[in-house]
Every structure is written in C-alpha cells, then in structure tokens.
Design a protein. Structure first.
Length: 310
C-alpha cells in the first residue's frame, strides 16, 4: 500500500508529464547547439496565451481609467489603447522569438534606430497627444469654454486627442494643437464663472461736469439688456489725459463671446446721451511752435532775391 503513492507519482511524472512535454516540444527544430532554432507547439501556445492575457489586462486598464468619463471621452481613449496594444504585441513576439533561439539583436538595433528617428520626427505629435490626454483627464478645458489664444477670443466646440477645435467671433474655425495648452499661457473667460467684467473707455472735454458724466454712463449701462444688474455697473475716473478727462465704464455680461456687440451698442447710447446733455468728446489737441533760425532766414532771403532777378 505504501508503494502505490510512489508508483502513481512516478507514473504521472514519467508517463503523463513526459507525454505532455513531448507534445509541447513537437515542432520545427533547426540547427544544433547555441545557434539552434526551436519553433514548438508549446511556444506557439505560450504566444497565444500572452496575447489573450495582454488583451484582457489592457481592457481592464482601459475600464479602470475611463470608468468616470463621458461617452465621447471614452471613445477618444480607445485609439490610444489600440496603439498600446500593438506595441505590447510586438514586444511579446520579440520575446517569443528570443525564446525560440532566434537572435533578435540586429532586429532590436534596427528598431531602436527607427524608433529614434520616428520619435524626433513625431515629437510634436506625441506632445499633442499627451497634452490631449491631460486635458481630457483633468478637465482643464471643456467644450463650451471661451478662451483667448494668440489674441483671438474663441469658443471651444470639440476636443480631440491631438487638436482642439474652436470657433471665432467671425464664425471661422480655428484648429489649435493641444501642446499649446501645456506650453503657452491661455486666458479663460469662463473657467472661474460664467460672467465676465468688460470695459468701455471714453474721454470728455476738460470743464465737463464729472458727476453728470458718471450718471450718464451708469444710466446707459443699466438700460442695456445685455448688461447684468448684479453685480452693478460702475464708473472709474481713470486719469487726466492730454486732451480729455478719461472715464471707464465697468459692467458684467453673461456671454463674453458676444461682448463686442454689447460694447458697440453701449457706445451708440453714450454718444447719443452726451449729445443730448451737451457733453463734448474732444479731439486730440497739440500745440505746435515754429522757430525760425538764422539759416532759415538766409535761405528765405536768397529765394526772394532769385525771384526778384527773374
């Protein structure tokens, strides 16, 4: 009875496991010694298993990273994981080739040189994609945000992995590479809140009633439907200019994208109100002094004598 477990173990080790090893070692065997190549059934099974495990691991990671994202953002990450999957598959194939006895040193050297060249050529592309990932994950930029890029105020309507698309106030589409949002300074009109404070500057003639000017400006702002009642508009007496007293009308609007229209309408109102109340917007004034030196007088005298001789 004591010999039976030993015989069973010996049977499993020599017969069953030995048979499995023989089946797994079946395949193509080329050469002998260190330079031999063995492409066996076990190696192929290992390769298939690695592919399946890699696919499930990547799907799990994708689900883990995108579980809190919206549908559109999830779709953007699918393409990233496809590229990652291809790179992992290439790595698995290389490891399998090395296990089969194939010398992959030359292949790795050539691949390294190729990847270095591609990395230098596509450096900006990689920066755009990485910036796009950061934008989507940390929500530093959202669809509908109003931002200022290169002196242009635009409204974002689409965020992709490589580029962000926005529309200008002239209804023109601008395509912004995403790396600009990481390397440059971007002014956001809506990141803090939906409302923004705007300004209309105006100058009046010296001697004008400044209290009356202030009241006129406030009335114009309060009567405009595009100006918010709260926070209330206010006026700043900014400076004594060269030709005018300088005032600034400050007010808040809901949509800063349409601010130029609001400012234009306010300027029409202010101009009309100033005319009705005899408030003057002065022209720039300059004093010009002409000094005639001796050289100028000599040239003038020569010219007069020349004309007289004729």
């Amino acid at each position: 009875m004591q010999d039976k477990p030993g015989k069973v173990g010996e049977f499993l080790e020599k017969d069953v496991w030995g048979t499995i090893k023989e089946v797994l070692n079946m395949g193509l065997h080329i050469g002998e010694g260190e330079k031999s190549i063995h492409i066996t059934l076990g190696l192929l099974l290992l390769l298939i298993t690695a592919f399946v495990v890699t696919s499930y691991v990547l799907k799990w990671l994708r689900h883990l990273l995108t579980r809190k994202m919206q549908g559109d953002d999830k779709m953007k990450f699918f393409s990233i994981f496809k590229f990652i999957k291809y790179f992992v598959y290439v790595a698995v194939i290389l490891v399998t080739m090395s296990a089969a006895g194939i010398d992959i040193t030359i292949l790795l050297t050539a691949s390294a040189a190729l990847f270095v060249g591609l990395g230098l050529a596509l450096q900006e592309l990689f920066q755009d994609v990485i910036a796009g990932i950061f934008i989507i994950t940390d929500k530093s930029l959202l669809v509908g945000d109003i931002i200022e890029v290169d002196g242009k105020v635009v409204r974002v309507f689409e965020i992709k992995l490589r580029t962000t698309r926005a529309i200008t106030r002239d209804d023109k589409v601008i395509i912004i590479p995403n790396h600009i949002f990481l390397s440059g300074t971007i002014f956001s009109h809506t990141q803090n809140r939906d409302t923004t404070r705007e300004t209309v500057n105006v100058g009046v003639a010296y001697g004008s009633d400044v209290e009356k000017v202030t009241q006129i400006l406030l009335d114009c702002a309060r009567e405009h439907s595009g100006v918010l009642k709260s926070p209330e508009p206010f006026v700043l007496f900014e400076d004594f200019g060269d030709s005018a007293l300088l005032f600034a009308l400050k007010f808040h609007v809901v949509d800063s994208f349409t601010t130029p229209n609001v400012k234009s309408e306010l300027r029409y109102k202010i101009d009309k109100a100033f005319r009705e109340n005899q408030v003057t917007i002065p022209f720039p004034q300059r004093d010009v002094h002409i000094y005639q030196n001796d050289a100028f007088q000599v040239r003038q005298k020569i010219t007069q004598e020349g004309k007289a001789s004729e």
